[in-house]
Design a binder for this molecule. Structure first.
Ligand code: CTP
Length: 399
């Protein structure tokens, strides 16, 4: 089945002998109806010419980061935003190392760092280079980032040696991409629900009880789910965050509203409860503003535990239920307790006493507690990147 029609592919060609095969990749993509924009690294131009790439792709070829003429028409950000996916073929050991360290010293590496699209690499290098421990570490890092590695294959090399390191053949690379597009279509059938932000439990029309939460992590998760083809509903308490294009945003204020909105939007395949829900609401809420002379004692009653109720629901329980735990102490003990008491599949826990992560920060550092008792520590990273990691684990779990 051909899934390439109308697809926009951003192809990055690095400097290796396999670069000549990239011309065939362009030819096949074009033949199958894709649009192809190409970036040649400085060294790639030593193997193939911009003219042959431009002729085959029928598009301008990009190469320099500071090319004012091209940059004004389409800069490194727009190039990534334009594409449906980014393919790096051949991906040399040098480029692999650069992007695994987040370097951005040329157009190709800058695009990768700025990308908001799925990235595929078809490595090509000498067998010793491929097997070198530093290259292996870099590849492992890229896989953890969620990048997809195609090949390399075993065979005779241009340098005369034999082993693993040959770039996968163009037609096989296309087959790989075709399967990816096919699985994205299937993923579209998956539905996801995310709760995010705080809730406000009103005391009177101007005062409320709340929890600290910016909602950023939940919004990033919803964004990543959408990016990966999920039909996504985001139920959000009051936040200052912008709606996410094509995500069904339901704005609520109280825990009760959040609970009702959640029930109304089930069933889903995956539910991720990142909201900081107020555990209590005010029973003796006033409809008029309370004057300070009219001192009152708050009479609190418990809010429904949304996560626990959905997770224990007989008929509406999603295939995978993920809770969050924001803790200031006893992270392990409290997270394990929440995992079992709330009957969820994973608890994503962070230590909110560390000011550089959590709450208003763009960064987070979490541990994932799984039902099978294993614990995975995820290092400090941007909330957007963490969201991508969580979503790729969800996809793995669902398939
Ligand atoms: N949660 C929920 N509904 C509630 C309370 C919490 O859905 N009424 C969810 C949160 O979205 C989060 C998880 O439960 O995914 C853990 O919330 P947390 O506030 O840490 O746990 P609590 O059960 O409130 O426990 P405690 O406050 O005692 O730590």
């Amino acid at each position: 089945m051909n899934n390439f029609k109308g697809k926009k592919i951003l192809l990055i060609i690095c400097g290796g002998i396999a670069a000549y095969k990239s011309l065939e990749i362009i030819r096949l993509l074009k033949k199958n109806g894709s649009f192809v924009k190409t970036i040649l690294t400085k060294n790639a131009k030593k193997f193939i010419t911009p003219l042959s790439v431009a002729s085959l792709s029928q598009e301008k070829v990009y190469s320099d980061l500071f090319d004012h003429k091209n940059e004004s028409e389409m800069d490194h950000i727009s190039l990534s935003r334009w594409s449906d996916l980014i393919l790096i073929a051949p991906a040399t050991a040098n480029t692999i190392a650069k992007i695994s360290y987040g370097m951005a010293d040329d157009l190709a590496s800058t695009i990768v760092l700025a990308a908001n699209k799925n990235i595929f690499l078809a490595p090509a290098m000498n067998v010793r280079m491929w097997e070198h421990i530093s290259n292996k570490e870099n590849i492992k890092k890229l896989k953890n980032f969620g990048y997809k590695i195609i090949g390399p294959e075993i065979g005779d090399m241009a340098c005369g040696e034999f082993g693993e390191g040959k770039m996968t053949e163009p037609q096989s690379i296309l087959n790989f991409l075709n399967n990816y597009f096919e699985s994205t279509k299937k993923k579209n059938k998956y539905k996801a629900l995310v709760t995010a932000g705080p809730t406000h439990e009103y005391i009177d029309p101007v005062r409320y009880i709340s929890n600290r939460s910016s909602g950023k992590q939940g919004y990033e998760i919803a964004k990543s789910l959408k990016k990966n083809g999920f039909d996504t509903t985001l139920i959000s308490g009051p936040t200052n965050l912008e709606p996410i294009p094509e995500v069904n945003l339901i704005k609520v204020r109280s825990a009760e509203e959040m609970y009702n909105a959640t029930l109304e939007n089930l069933p889903v395949d995956v539910a991720i409860f990142s909201a900081a829900v107020s555990d209590y609401k005010v029973k003796n809420k006033e409809n008029e503003k309370i004057k300070k002379k009219d001192f009152m004692n708050l009479n609190l009653e418990k809010n429904p535990d949304i996560l626990a109720n959905i997770s224990k629901h007989n008929s509406l329980r999603p295939k995978i239920v993920i809770g969050f735990a924001a803790e200031t102490n006893n992270l392990n003990k409290n997270s394990k307790k929440k995992l079992s008491e709330k009957n969820c599949d994973w608890i994503i826990a962070n230590n909110v006493s560390d000011k550089s992560i959590g709450f208003d920060s763009d960064f987070n550092e979490v541990s994932i507690f799984y039902k099978n008792n294993s614990i995975e520590k995820i290092p400090k990273m941007k909330k957007s990147l963490l969201a991508d990691q969580i979503v790729s684990k969800v996809i793995y779990y669902l398939n």
